[in-house]
Design a protein around this ligand. Structure first.
Ligand SMILES: NC(=O)c1ccc[n+]([C@@H]2O[C@H](COP(=O)([O-])OP(=O)(O)OC[C@H]3O[C@@H](n4cnc5c(N)ncnc54)[C@H](OP(=O)(O)O)[C@@H]3O)[C@@H](O)[C@H]2O)c1
Length: 247
């Protein structure tokens, strides 16, 4: 797919992987719109990248999603790429019953429902463009779960499954459906603050470069670094990785 002169909406684009993607896609000559919940993060991103357009939106809320879609329809009808990137990750201990599940934002609404509904709401518009795309950000943890993040991993496995079906349903349209599968990324806000760089982690800009290259080459499943082995492993391989990461 040509990654020049597109109009691209990136959810959760003010920080981490979304911001790195916004930066790369702007450099390639695209119009980039980002959204997120925190006004101050959007303002910081706008200061660093003055050419981006920012829009506050909590994509997990139906009403706010509708406002975003209406705003896109009124102001950026030419939008032809949706990057479903917004996500959160929480530790949940089911031994505490529903306590951990109830005490913060809903991972299912943000990581899964928002991607599914936003895709549905924008597909009719994307089908009108001569070349368009939906890019879903899943995770290596959708292929091998880390048990302390049980809901997160389940939402990412669901995103992988959803992406396969969506790609198949849209195969005869102009909408290409990509999946970006990052491994651990050390310099994002997902874990509250950046984490220590390790042999199995990559940076947000490495994810963005691999994603851009994959999309240009029409490689629909873009697994990055250690995720490559997780995506293509046998059941035996995956069980071994599961035991290693959950020790
Ligand atoms: N970091 C990793 O190790 C890793 C690995 C594999 C996959 N991923 C995936 O990569 C994606 C990006 O994460 P990241 O690592 O770059 O973390 P990040 O820096 O925390 O970025 C996530 C972004 O999503 C936004 N967001 C969260 N909830 C939202 C909502 N309800 N509505 C709108 N925006 C929302 C956040 O902004 P606000 O809080 O201001 O809304 C934030 O800008 C996520 O889907 C994540 O699961 C990350």
């Amino acid at each position: 797919m040509d990654l020049k002169n597109n109009t691209i909406l990136i959810t959760g684009g003010a920080t981490g992987i979304g911001f790195a993607l916004a930066e790369s896609l702007l450099k390639l000559g695209n119009k980039v719109i980002i959204c997120g919940r925190r006004e101050e993060r959007l303002a910081e991103a706008k200061k660093k990248l003055p050419d981006i357009e920012v829009k506050r939106c909590d994509v997990s809320k139906a009403g706010e999603r509708k406002l975003l879609v209406d705003w896109i329809n009124s102001n950026y009808r030419e939008t032809n790429i949706l990057v479903n990137n917004a996500g959160i990750q929480r530790q949940v201990d089911f031994k505490k019953g529903a306590e951990d599940l109830m005490k913060s934002d809903d991972e299912i609404d943000i990581n899964l429902k928002a991607q599914v509904y936003l895709s549905a709401q924008l597909v009719p518009m994307l089908m009108k463009r001569s070349e368009s795309a939906i890019v879903n950000v899943s995770s290596g943890l959708g292929f091998v779960p880390l048990s302390r993040f049980p809901v997160y991993c389940a939402t990412k496995a669901a995103i992988h499954s959803f992406t396969l079906s969506l790609r198949h349903q849209l195969r005869d349209t102009s909408v290409k459906v990509f999946e970006i599968i990052p491994p651990t990324v050390h310099d994002t806000g997902l874990k509250g603050k950046p984490i220590e760089k390790t042999d199995w982690s990559v940076s947000a800009s490495e994810v963005a470069s691999a994603a851009v290259k994959g999309i240009i080459e029409d490689q629909y499943e873009i697994a990055i670094g250690p995720s490559k082995a997780w995506v293509s492993g046998s059941r035996e391989d995956l069980d071994k990785i599961f035991r290693n990461i959950n020790r």
